[in-house]
Design a protein around this ligand. Structure first.
Ligand code: PLP
Ligand code: COI
Length: 353
């Protein structure tokens, strides 16, 4: 792929690494590429980070035709920079795009674009433990057309954000709230995709949870409101009576790459792991009879986020005395060990840029 380059003549400055937070600081450049039915993908360019100009009729602004990815670049001790399973993100953006009717991006083109823009801004990959360069590829329709005539014009953009932990708590446990009224997704809908609309549907419950002092919402399935699905920005895993349990991918849950990696690691350790339906009654029953040993969210931004308390119908259940559990810690150590090049990558998950 030919990528043109326009250098940012007014570069920014990386803030102190202990002040990074998550997703609010951006590097000097971004990748942009256009699509039309006639020309297919074209005009790949790396340009200074800045505003995007859109026709006010651009269909993304009216009909939310947008999908995105979340991935990270990690700086290893020798200074080299690595991605984690980037082909998984490339495949998933196409699964999302297919559902929304957006044009798909050839997988190699996606990975090449990510590598190219990270390389240009490699000085923005932070050095400190627990930090990384969060990569946000996104794809949206630009057709200036209010009628619903399908998508014939689109743009693909990649922006980069040096980040620390998603939760201000870091690896300290967070509190989550089981949502019983709003639902995020239903089977047959878009729940299995990473489309912006899923997050819009989550806002009201998320705001309510935050007002009550909870970090995020734990969703129930949209039909029976009986089965545990996932959290606002991550998948969820529990340790119940010695077994790792995570909700099965049933069409309304995002197939997380962290979730997949954790399941693969657990299997390689011969640790019992089940991907299955998990009802709220079973979960709360386990919390009541002391069999809910651990709970933790799993996702790129959050990595492993131990859940110390779970609220359901105005009762709060404390999990593992509000401490990180041994399984969450072991998965965190192994996963971040591979990502930061401190442990051997026996699976070929890391990709040098
Ligand atoms: N579920 C939702 C709703 C998410 O937003 C994310 C984050 O990307 C995940 C799960 C975890 O997916 P991954 O591990 O691929 O980041
Ligand atoms: C990610 O983990 O990459 C995500 O996309 C979650 C996002 C809502 C911050």
């Amino acid at each position: 792929m030919q990528i043109s380059f326009t250098k940012n003549t007014n570069p920014g400055k990386m803030p102190p690494e202990n002040k990074l937070g998550f997703g609010s600081i951006f590097s000097d450049h971004m990748f942009v590429m256009d699509y039309t039915d006639e020309k297919n993908w074209h005009n790949a360019r790396i340009i200074p980070y800045g505003n995007i100009s859109l026709n006010p009729a651009a269909s993304v602004l009216h009909y939310a035709n947008e999908v995105f990815e979340g991935m990270k670049a990690y700086r290893w001790a020798d200074g080299s920079i690595h991605l984690f399973r980037p082909y998984e993100n490339a495949n998933r953006i196409n699964i999302s795009a297919e559902r929304i009717g957006l044009p798909q991006i050839p997988v190699d083109m996606f990975v090449e674009a990510v590598k190219a823009v990270v390389k240009v801004d490699e000085s923005w990959v932070p050095h400190s433990e627990g930090t990384s360069l969060y990569i946000r590829p996104f794809l949206f329709s630009t057709d200036p057309e209010l009628a619903l005539h399908g998508i014939h014009q689109a743009q693909f953009v990649i922006i980069l954000s040096p980040s620390a932990s998603y939760f201000a708590e870091g690896l300290k446990p967070v509190k989550i709230m089981l949502e019983t009224e709003d639902v995020r997704a239903v089977r047959g809908g878009t729940g299995y995709t990473k489309c912006g609309g899923n997050y819009a549907a989550s806002n009201r419950a998320g705001d309510k949870a935050m007002e009550k002092g909870y970090s995020q919402v734990l969703w129930l399935d949209g039909v029976e409101r009986k089965y545990i699905e996932e959290v606002g920005a991550m998948n969820i895993m529990f340790k119940i009576d010695g077994v790792a349990v995570t909700p099965a991918l049933n069409g309304s849950i995002l197939g997380g790459i962290t979730r997949k990696s954790c399941v693969e690691l657990l299997k390689s350790w011969n640790f019992p792991v089940e991907e299955r339906l998990l009802s709220v009654d079973e979960l709360i029953g386990a919390a009541q009879n002391g069999k809910l040993e651990e709970a933790f969210g799993i996702g790129t931004a959050a990595v492993i986020a131990p859940v110390g308390a779970l609220s359901y119908k105005d009762r709060e259940y404390m999990i593992n005395d509000f401490k990180i559990g041994p399984l969450a810690q072991k998965l965190y150590d192994e996963l971040t060990g591979i990502q930061w090049g401190k442990k051997p990558d026996n699976y070929g998950w890391t990709e040098n840029i």
